[in-house]
Write a protein that binds this ligand. Structure first.
Ligand code: GRF
Length: 200
């Protein structure tokens, strides 16, 4: 069994897409933790509703949250093989990235390396694509390194957006792609881990 930890900050539609894809069988990866950066957001509500354990992380621990160091311990003790950033808006500290190097992936709502980097998140991305009149946009799943949106690209899917009348419309088209690409990519990584470890 491959265990996942999914980091979220907001709406949680990618978390839902993962949940819906992986709920059906024992052989699928299991979402063991959903981790947020604040106590309440729709993504965390969804996780709680589905009985998935939630944790809140911040740079230093408080009454309501644990530190990244504590979180790393918990994830290691629970054999988490893949950490998925699904709309997580905080920068992950370098130590945590070092500890889970090659295991953290992120979904970005554009065709990286275009429209990536600091400030390129949410509607900012889609506005830029719209203003440039690009024919295509899409989604990218990539490994997370210490630079925003910079790690190795694992999977990408394009969608035509030159018929979109607004950045919001582009966002909708890209989101549909994200909901397919992220679960498919996580599944492929999980299968690869299983074949390497000989656990099939
Ligand atoms: C997605 O567009 C994702 O690509 C980006 O943040 C958004 C999160 O949406 N990183 P949701 O919370 O999964 O609905």
């Amino acid at each position: 069994m491959i265990n996942l930890a999914v980091f979220v900050s907001g709406r949680g539609s990618n978390l839902r897409a993962l949940y819906e894809k992986f709920i059906v069988g024992e052989s699928y990866p299991k979402i063991k933790f959903v981790i947020g950066n604040k106590s309440n957001c729709p993504a965390l509500d969804f996780a709680r509703e589905k009985g998935i354990q939630t944790l809140i992380v911040s740079k230093t621990s408080s009454e309501k949250s644990i530190s990244y160091k504590e979180l790393a311990g918990t994830l290691n003790n629970n054999n988490i093989s893949i950490v998925v950033l699904a709309g997580f808006l905080k920068k992950i500290p370098d130590d945590f990235i070092d500890e889970f190097n090659g295991k953290i992936i992120n979904i970005h709502p554009a065709l990286l390396p275009r429209y990536g980097g600091k400030g390129m998140y949410g509607m900012n991305v889609h506005k830029a694509v719209f203003e440039n009149g690009d024919k295509f946009s899409g989604a990218t799943v990539h490994f997370v390194d210490k630079i925003y949106d910079h790690g190795e690209i694992i999977a990408q899917q394009k969608v035509r957006v030159d018929d979109a009348a607004s950045p919001e419309e582009i966002a909708g088209k890209v989101l549909e792609i994200e909901h397919l690409l992220l679960p498919e990519t996580v599944l492929k990584i999980a299968e690869q881990i299983i074949s390497e470890k000989g656990l099939v």
